[in-house]
Design a protein around this ligand. Structure first.
Ligand code: AMP
Length: 409
């Protein structure tokens, strides 16, 4: 099915073709006609499925012919959990809307608000915003919602995890009642459904089942290793496998700084990405990383969403996240849109609880590799949180690259 058969105008189809997209992904095939018809939608779709284009393309189409926006008014609002995702979504709008005359802005906190206010005065059709900064701007009367036509809650589950529920409710209460509502979420948990119900009455619900084509091809494996040996293991794997790039997730800012200096000492160019760094620095780091100028990015969880790097082949969980869903989002940074990727976790005894939660969430055990010289003195048992994973444990021996073999314990 070509993009042109979905009812999108030529300038949009042209922009999509210029991106090299040949066919719409399943979420795009299902969501685009519903959104073009002006209906409300709740969609379960993970990052990597092409979900951003699935709402951006029909929003561009729906706004195409209407009159230009007035000062301080917006026509579509996309709420995102993080600044990085806001920037990413807005970049996609600019890309897909390059042959149109619609305007867009990413608005987020942590930076001077004066340029954002100026842009609003000049007029913005599509605003991508994080909830806190948006409310702040509203309170300052820098923005009015009376001409808003479309609301999107992007990564709704993540916004709830991050405690934005009150901000979202305050924003939704201030929007015109007659509007189109679109909710996208990696998971449709009870909380997401509840949130969606407060914004939407009669939504069409779409769930994109994981299938071979849409699920990113991510090879997952883990190494059990004592905590104090994680840094040495990382440097060993980088050298041994000649890794050129990896996004490395770590628990704390302090841990990130320490790991960066350890990597640098061993000759690997690394930087830390976390909320303690200014937005300008974070943006620059992401650009350098995307351009391949920076080899290893050590990021705390907050940066997990919103990083969209097509060529990223490797994600490393130096520490496992507390939330099983975060594991899924982290590994979703790689293997985007069908490309192949690798997600490696370093699991020490104190990561065991998190491992249990993750393997139960996945419904399967993550294959283990043993790396010679790094065997954990404090063994990490097989997950057991009271209910067996859906797929039986795979007891075959797994041979690591350097020839050592490990049995799933
Ligand atoms: P998303 O799920 O929105 O984060 O998109 C994941 C990646 O898929 C992005 O890098 C997009 O550029 C890419 N993408 C989106 N739609 C398509 C498509 N129809 N064909 C190929 N790649 C796509």
């Amino acid at each position: 099915m070509p993009f042109s058969s979905l009812g999108l105008s030529d300038p949009i189809v042209k922009a999509v073709a210029e991106q090299g997209y040949q066919t719409p992904t399943p979420i795009q095939q299902q969501a685009i006609p519903v959104i073009l018809a002006g209906k409300n939608l709740i969609a379960a779709a993970q990052t990597g499925t092409g979900k951003t284009a699935s709402f951006v393309l029909p929003i561009l189409e729906n706004l195409l012919d209407a009159p230009a926006v007035r000062a301080k008014r917006i026509r579509a609002l996309i709420l995102t959990p993080t600044r990085e995702l806001a920037v990413q979504v807005e970049a996609n709008i600019a890309l897909y809307g390059k042959h149109l005359h619609l305007t867009s802005l990413a608005m987020y906190g942590g930076v001077d608000d004066a340029p954002q206010k100026q842009r609003l005065i000049e007029g913005v059709d599509i605003l991508v915003a994080t909830p806190g900064r948006l409310l702040d701007m509203y309170t300052q009367r820098a923005i009015h919602f009376d001409e808003l036509e479309i609301l999107v809650l992007d990564e709704a589950d993540r916004m709830l995890d991050m405690g934005f529920i009150n901000d979202i409710n305050k924003i939704v209460e201030r929007l015109p009642l007659k509007r189109q509502n679109l909710v996208f979420s990696a998971t449709l948990s009870d909380q997401v459904r509840f949130l969606a119900r407060t914004a939407i009455e009669d939504a069409v619900e779409i769930a994109i089942a994981a299938d071979e084509q849409t699920t990113p091809q991510i090879k997952q494996w883990l190494v059990t290793v004592d905590k104090e040996n994680k840094s040495a293991l990382l440097s060993y794997l980088i050298t041994e496998n000649q890794w050129q790039q990896a996004l490395i997730f770590i628990e704390t800012k302090r841990g990130a700084a320490k790991l960066v200096s350890q990597l640098e000492k061993r000759g690997n160019k690394a930087e830390a990405l976390h909320s303690g760094r200014s937005q300008a620095v974070r943006t620059q780091l992401l650009e350098d990383f995307k351009a391949g100028k920076l080899n290893f990015m050590v990021a705390t969880g907050i940066a997990a969403r919103g990083i969209d790097i097509d060529a990223l082949t490797r994600v490393i969980n130096y520490d496992l996240p507390d939330q099983a869903d975060d594991y899924v989002h982290r590994i979703g940074r790689t293997g985007r849109a069908g490309a192949s990727g690798e997600a490696i976790s370093f699991v020490s005894r104190d990561d065991f609880r998190n491992l249990c939660a993750i393997e139960n969430r996945l419904g399967e055990f993550i294959p283990r590799k043993e790396i010679a010289g790094f065997a954990a003195k404090l063994a990490v048992p097989a997950s057991d949180v009271g209910h067996a994973p859906k797929k039986p444990q795979n007891a075959r021996r797994i041979r690591s690259k350097n020839g050592t073999a490990g049995r799933r314990s």
